[in-house]
Structures are given as C-alpha cells and as structure tokens.
Design a protein around this ligand. Structure first.
Ligand code: IPE
Ligand code: IPE
Ligand code: MG
Length: 246
C-alpha cells in the first residue's frame, strides 16, 4: 500500500491527469444503479483533490465528461449534470480552504445552462487561488480541441496574422484549451481499461501512463500514492539514452 513518506516531494509530476473510470461497474457489482456509482465517484474526487493539494501537485486535470458521453442514455446524462451542479455548490469550500483554483476545458457551451452558470461562478470565485489548478474536462474531446485549434490557426494564416512557417509546438499549445497548463507528466486511468478515450492526445505525448484495475469509487489516497511512487521509479528518457540521463 502506497505510503506518503515514500513520495519524493521534489519529483512530483507538474501536471497529473486522471481518467476517472469505473463508476458504473462499481455500482453494478453491488446491485446498485449507475447513479450511485457516480455519487461515490464524486467522493473519490474530493479525496484525490485534497491529497494532491496536500502533496503540492500544481496541476490536476480530471476527465469528468467526454464529448462521446453525450451519447449515453438521456437520464444518465441529466443525472451526471445535476451531480456536477451539486458537487460544485458543495465543494467550493474545499477549493477555498485548500487555495485551489478551478478551471475547465471542453466545449462548455454544450453544458446545460445551470451547470454552465455554476461552473463559471466557481471559476470566478476561485480565480485568485494559487496552490493548485484543478481543471475539469467537461464535454471534452481531444479531437474537437485540435479541430478548433486548426480552424483558429488557419484563419490567422489566411488573414496574414501569422505565417505558416511560424507554426511550431508552442503556437499549437497556445491554441489548445490547455494553453495555461504544462504537458501532462503522469496520466492515470482507473477501472482496468487500457485506452485514452480521446483525452489530451497532444498533451500526453511524453506522459508516463499508469493503469490500475481499481474502480474509481474505490480509488483511495493510498492508491494515488502507489501511482506517484511508480511514476517516480520510472526513467523518463525523452528519446535519449539511459546514460545521457544519469
Ligand atoms: C466514469 O465511469 C464516469 C464517466 C464516464 C462519466 P463510467 O460511468 O464510465 O463507469 P463504467 O465504465 O461504466 O464502469
Ligand atoms: C472516459 O470514460 C471518459 C471519462 C472518464 C469522463 P468512458 O467510460 O466514457 O470511456 P470508454 O467509452 O469506455 O472508452
Ligand atoms: Mg467507463
């Protein structure tokens, strides 16, 4: 079991991203409806956010709802959006107490009015907090994000605002929803699925990937510590040889 004392505070990921998966299966396993899984998943969100703040992780991005999730049964989508509003109202205090700034990425205009309004309010209220940036990916799809960036850049080229030759990694970064965030260092996915599901494709180019079979509602602080310890034991070579790194 992961122990906080085994974590090197000087080697934390600057940006941790999590695909929070397995709420539905967690509920099914105990004969409950999927919604109960989502409610318990929300409890894990609080626990993980607090743990990251305690450790001093500067950027945490959580995949909460994908563009593809709009295709779920209407009743589940509605419940998830209601749960989002409820959690925002309830957790504003957690954010303020821990000096956490809330941010959101995705096609936010697609969110129901109330969810959109509540989200903007909490973002506004926490905008001066500095210990950690918590980014919720909501109605987020990486391909949609890239398409939108390509469209904006194309228009700028067409209108002679930038030249084709000037397009480089940093310009692309500036046109993504994640423009204020560093690249992802560690990506965790729970529930035993080994896929990315359209999450931060550009931003995880050199991330360390960590997959765990634990279902999101069962994911506890010690499981987060396990992931961080595993990350710290990896050698990140970025194309170089091991000798060049050490
Ligand atoms: C993750 O849990 C939450 C969302 C995608 C909103 P799931 O709802 O995908 O749970 P499983 O994968 O069906 O178990
Ligand atoms: C990915 O989970 C999206 C979120 C965690 C919000 P899904 O459960 O939607 O992913 P797939 O469809 O199984 O790949
Ligand atoms: Mg799932």
């Amino acid at each position: 079991m992961g122990n906080i004392n085994d974590i090197n505070k000087a080697k934390l990921p600057k940006h941790l991203a999590i695909i929070m998966d397995g709420n539905g299966r967690w509920a099914k396993k105990q004969g409950l409806v999927r919604v109960v899984g989502h409610e318990n998943g929300a409890k894990t969100v609080r626990e993980v956010v607090e743990a990251c703040a305690e450790l001093g992780i500067e950027n945490l991005t959580l995949y909460a709802f994908s563009t593809e999730n709009w295709n779920r049964p209407k009743i589940e989508v509605r419940t998830l959006m209601k749960l989002l509003v409820k959690s925002l109202k309830k957790e504003i205090k957690t954010l303020q107490d821990n000096n956490i700034k809330l941010s959101a990425i995705g096609n936010l205009d697609h969110l129901p009015k109330e969810a959109h309004k509540e989200l903007i309010e909490v973002i506004e209220k926490t905008k001066d907090n500095q210990a950690m940036t918590l980014t919720l990916a909501l109605s987020y799809g990486s391909r949609e994000e890239l398409i939108s960036a390509i469209k904006t850049l194309s228009l700028k080229v067409k209108n002679n605002i930038i030249s084709v030759d000037a397009i480089d990694e940093s310009i692309i970064n500036k046109h993504l929803y994640t423009q204020n965030l560093p690249d992802v260092d560690l990506l965790i996915r729970t529930s035993g699925e080994h896929r990315i599901s359209n999450f931060l494709l550009w931003q995880i180019a050199y991330a360390e990937l960590y997959f765990t079979p634990i279902l999101w509602p069962d994911f506890k602080k010690a499981d987060l510590y396990d992931a961080l310890i595993a990350y710290q034991n990896r050698e990140r070579r970025f194309g170089k040889t091991s000798e060049q790194i050490s």
